[in-house]
Design a protein around this ligand. Structure first.
Ligand SMILES: Nc1ncnc2c1ncn2[C@@H]1O[C@H](COP(=O)(O)OP(=O)(O)OP(=O)(O)O)[C@@H](O)[C@H]1O
Ligand SMILES: O=C(O)c1ccc[n+]([C@@H]2O[C@H](COP(=O)([O-])O)[C@@H](O)[C@H]2O)c1
Length: 213
């Protein structure tokens, strides 16, 4: 396997959880654990992005975000990666296409919070994403209604999997998407940055480190 790419067995179902993680926080960890339980996934890869194509403000350096992400996300079935840097991709549609070429016998599922479903119609080739991989959406405070009413949700409403069948998502053929109302953790990177940013996040991790083990 190429350096920077996790080992994966043929037939496995991998959830892809892309993010800026600027900084990573308890909300990211929480939805990752919920997604592992809910969607019939074998593993989750965090994709720490070189930069969200829609965000004008550049994030903290990738190495800093990778180190912090590895510190908060400790789980035997989760890999924290900078795959997009190795692939040379930024747009999610390009990343997914490249991974499917690299791993033809692996199933990928795109994971995101409700705020990103609300914005999905602004992403490059967003319909291609919906047409190629199942998509798991996790509730986020304040974004449940806008996500459900969003252009992407409406366009793909016939392909929505009922919450009770969520464990089938990983083995479903696209288009297929599922919104799950997980218990919500009201944290965001924006708020952490506003409250002192990275040093404050590190301090909080030092204090609560035990709960993430
Ligand atoms: N508290 C949360 N609950 C559910 N999903 C979340 C939460 N925080 C982040 N996410 C999801 O995690 C992924 C990565 O998010 P990101 O790294 O942008 O964090 P963020 O807190 O949204 O950051 P920012 O405030 O800078 O936009 C996105 O799909 C986002 O929807
Ligand atoms: O492909 C796009 O056009 C696109 C637009 C906005 C966001 N994304 C991806 O969505 C993921 C979440 O981004 P963020 O900044 O909300 O953490 C991350 O993997 C981004 O690369 C992708």
């Amino acid at each position: 396997m190429r350096q920077g790419f996790p080992y994966v067995r043929p037939g496995q179902v991998i959830g892809l959880f892309g993010g800026s993680f600027d900084p990573p926080h308890a909300g990211h960890v929480h939805v990752t654990r919920e997604a592992l339980k809910m969607f019939g996934l074998d593993r989750i890869w965090w994709l720490v992005t070189p930069g969200n194509p829609l965000k004008a403000r550049g994030p903290a350096p990738l190495a800093q975000r990778m180190t912090a992400a590895r510190a908060v996300m400790r789980h035997p079935r989760v890999d924290v990666t900078d795959i997009e840097t190795h692939l040379g991709t930024r747009a999610t549609a390009d990343t997914i296409a490249a991974l499917r070429r690299m791993y033809p016998r692996v199933r990928f599922v795109w994971l995101m919070g409700a705020d990103n479903l609300a914005q999905l119609h602004r992403w490059q080739d967003w319909r291609q994403i919906m047409e190629t991989v199942p998509v798991g959406v996790l509730a986020r405070p304040g974004d449940r209604i806008s996500a459900r009413m969003s252009p992407a949700a409406r366009a793909y409403s016939p392909y929505r999997i009922d919450g009770e069948a969520r464990h089938l998502l990983g083995r479903s053929e696209a288009p297929a998407w599922c919104f799950v109302n997980v218990p919500m953790v009201d944290v965001s990177s924006t708020r952490i940055r506003a409250a002192g940013g990275w040093s404050a996040a590190q301090e909080r991790r030092d204090k609560t480190g035990a709960q993430h083990q």
